[in-house]
Design a protein around this ligand. Structure first.
Ligand SMILES: O=C(O)CNC(=O)[C@H](CS)NC(=O)CCC(=O)C(=O)O
Length: 318
């Protein structure tokens, strides 16, 4: 067993274990002693305080770097979780604003890649319509923005018996399309955001466009998270035979909103490699062995077994 450290906040530490590679024959990652590149999947408790959120995220990114991560994943709403529609809109920025600029500097300084899930991005017509995109931004180790995916499926959901009522479309514009998976030091990363996780056609499309790793930075509600989060993430991993990395929000953001936590890393066989729990901010480090993608796909070639010919046409009437 290889033991990985799950770091909560800056002081308390606890251990996460998972089965490790048994044959350690190849050259090892010099900093971490691991055989394959490391990804850090983070969970945070964002509030409406952008400054405090940045310093909490920065601390996790620095901790991940110290432990040898080459790419760090932050959740939807890493910039802030607003307490009203008005506040959410007022705090938004463009990609050229202060928040993303601080993250590009951080990536450059630490020489690592960042996945910033769910940035509140002012839309192209902000002056006219006051609406934003929910954007997943990838920054490389030189501090360049290399990809921006805007969330396709908006969370307009009423579950009165569970106390869930959110209408994302009241302030957000749906993105126009998927974006091509991004080549990173840990592999080809396909971009989704949170509620997108419920739409398997999106993950299959990303896999067909070459994704080896799917990412769903999230701020799941406590009720829907308890019922569906892990099952959905594992299903997406099993169906696409990709790694699935899902950074998450956890705990109480303000008096009206809490999130489920359990930032999760799943391998292409569906095994959970790391879980940040449901109590506090932290991170989990996972080795991304792309050999697992190749062997899972070779041994059970479900992608080649697809029957689009039989399903995506008009059906015979009985
Ligand atoms: O509001 C913001 O500032 C950031 N955006 C979010 O938190 C979004 C939209 S409200 N949350 C989700 O999609 C939760 C999905 C979910 O919980 C499920 O699919 O069950």
């Amino acid at each position: 067993m290889l033991t990985l450290r799950c770091v909560f906040g800056s002081s308390a530490k606890f251990l996460v274990s998972f089965p490790a590679l048994k044959h350690n024959t190849r050259l090892q990652n010099s900093m971490s002693g691991s055989l394959h590149p490391l990804a850090a999947v983070c969970q945070v408790t964002a509030t409406p305080d952008k400054e405090a959120n940045f310093s909490a995220c920065k601390q996790l990114v620095e901790e991940a770097k110290q432990q040898g991560a080459s790419m760090v994943f932050l959740p939807e709403g890493f910039d802030y979780i607003g307490s009203s529609r008005e506040e959410t809109l007022a705090l938004s920025e463009s990609l050229a604003g202060d928040t993303i600029s601080r993250y590009t500097q951080l990536a450059r300084k630490l020489e690592l890649w960042l996945s910033l899930g769910g940035f509140h991005e002012r839309g192209h017509d902000w002056e006219a319509d006051r609406r934003i995109y929910n954007s997943h931004v990838i920054i490389n180790d030189r501090g360049d923005i290399v990809s921006v995916y805007r969330k396709s499926h908006l969370f307009d959901v009423e579950l009165p018996e569970k106390g869930v009522s959110l209408k994302e479309s009241a302030f957000t514009i749906p993105g126009p399309s998927l974006v091509a998976p991004v080549q990173t030091p840990i592999g080809k990363v396909g971009l989704g955001i949170c509620y997108d996780l419920r739409f398997p056609e999106l993950s299959v499309a990303l896999q067909r466009h070459g994704a080896e790793i799917l990412t769903y930075p999230s701020a799941f509600t406590v009720a829907t998270g308890a019922a569906h989060w892990e099952v959905l993430l594992r299903a997406r991993a099993i169906e696409t035979q990709c790694f699935v990395l899902a950074a998450a929000q956890v705990g109480r953001h303000h008096e009206k909103r809490s999130s489920y936590g359990h930032a999760l890393a799943v391998d292409p066989w569906g095994e959970v490699l790391g879980d940040c729990g449901e109590e506090k901010p932290g991170l989990v480090l996972v080795e991304v062995d792309l050999g697992k993608v190749r062997s899972t796909r070779r041994n059970m070639p479900v992608q080649q077994h697809r029957r689009d010919d039989a399903f995506y046409r008009s059906l015979p009437q009985t």
